[in-house]
Design a protein around this ligand. Structure first.
Ligand code: GDP
Length: 369
């Protein structure tokens, strides 16, 4: 094929293209060895694969969790159920901060420091990619270059489809599988610009807020809620000329935190500066997490927080199930449009309309039973 573009009469033409040399396969041979080609995996295969730390099977199981297909969901739920007894042993660390603060760089350095000392690190993301922009805030750049090729790390981008509630549920389920696969540090990354940090906070043991040194302006703008959730605040990019400014900012954050009431955990949030570029104080993040874990295990808050998170999952699951059942009920679907019209025409109050719809729904269910 190449010969067609050269002059066949001129053997020594500069345009002559040499025949291609066969390249080695681009596919990792380890992957091929591990991949069960063409075979549908049974639930046992999935569970055994996860428990024997087979990353390919872990990834495939996560894909089932992320799928919206009913049959996939059914299998996924059984895998999760079987993995639950092997979960719960990791430290779950949430990291939030505005885009550009350095989350992925910090996680790359922190994660690599951790794998070097024998930890196995999973990084999951909750990405509030808006339905409107269709874009992903976290996912569209090359991120965590060292960690992404580290055999002791596992990085999974945010499940893209669905509501924040749906993503939250899937992320919690993915945590269970990662823990069963032996990851002892699970980092949940999210962007601190909306509701997603509240969701991330609801599934981790420790919550780190990354900030930049322009605290003067930031303190005005930052939502008090995020500061209240933080177990530590790290001012990133604190190197070179920026270091002094970062220290000043750290002082301002410490002062601001003093005004907050004491937390239920009895822990006073730490504030320090760090630089992911120069790997300065990134270890301090992990030291702080460890101190926190020791402190909260001693006073039982660690377990209390996890129990509360579990009970919240129960109530959230019931809420979403009931809601879905209500809105997909055929009588409700039919009558809700009428009700909306009557409310807009001032013929009925919204409260009474709601009560009527709920009565219709329960009567319909009773009829079926
Ligand atoms: P994210 O959007 O929060 O994940 O932020 P990134 O990790 O992508 O970092 C945003 C930019 O800040 C990138 O250009 C990084 O190279 C840079 N950056 C990250 N950490 C540091 C740091 O410690 N010092 C400096 N000077 N730049 C950093």
């Amino acid at each position: 094929m190449y010969d067609k573009i050269t002059n066949p009469n001129d053997k020594y033409s500069a345009l002559k293209v040499n025949a291609a040399i066969e390249q080695p396969s681009q596919v990792n041979s380890e992957f091929l060895k591990r991949h069960v080609k063409g075979k549908e995996l049974s639930i046992n295969d999935y569970v055994d694969g996860i428990l024997t730390k087979n990353r390919t099977i872990l990834s495939q199981a996560i894909t089932l969790i992320e799928s919206s297909r009913y049959d996939h969901q059914e299998i996924a739920q059984q895998i999760i159920e079987r993995c639950l007894p092997y979960s719960g042993k990791s430290i779950r660390l949430g990291i939030t901060g505005v885009p550009g603060v350095g989350k992925s760089t910090v996680i790359d350095v922190l994660g690599t420091n951790l794998t070097k000392t024998g930890h196995k690190v999973a990084v999951l993301a909750i990405d509030p990619s808006s339905e409107r922009s269709k874009g992903s805030i976290l996912g569209d750049k090359t991120r965590m270059e060292d960690l992404s090729t580290d055999p002791n790390a596992f990085i999974r981008p945010s499940p893209s489809a669905g509501s924040l509630g749906g993503v939250a549920r899937k992320t919690r389920e993915i945590i269970v599988l990662c823990e069963a696969a032996g990851f002892d540090v699970v980092i949940v990354e999210t962007v601190g610009v909306g509701q997603s940090e509240i969701v991330a906070h609801s599934m981790v043991d420790f919550f780190l807020l990354l900030q930049l040194s322009n605290a003067g302006d930031e303190l005005q703008g930052i939502k008090r809620g995020i500061m209240e959730m933080a177990d530590a605040i790290a001012i990133n990019k604190a190197e070179g000329e920026n270091k002094q400014k970062a220290e000043i900012a750290a002082g301002q954050y410490r002062n601001a935190l003093h005004l907050f009431p004491l937390t239920d955990s009895g822990w006073t949030p730490n504030v320090f500066t760090c630089s992911a570029y120069d790997n300065i104080n990134i270890d301090k993040i992990w030291e702080t997490v460890n101190e926190y874990v020791i402190h909260t295990k001693k006073n039982n808050y660690f377990y209390k927080r996890r129990n509360e998170q579990n009970l919240k999952i129960l109530s959230e699951s019931i809420d979403s199930h009931l809601k879905e059942n209500f809105y997909t009920n055929s009588i409700v679907k039919e009558r809700i449009i009428e009700a909306q019209k009557e409310i807009l025409d001032n013929k009925i109050s919204a409260y009474i309309a709601a009560q009527k719809l709920i009565n219709d729904y329960f009567n319909d269910i009773k009829k079926d039973n």
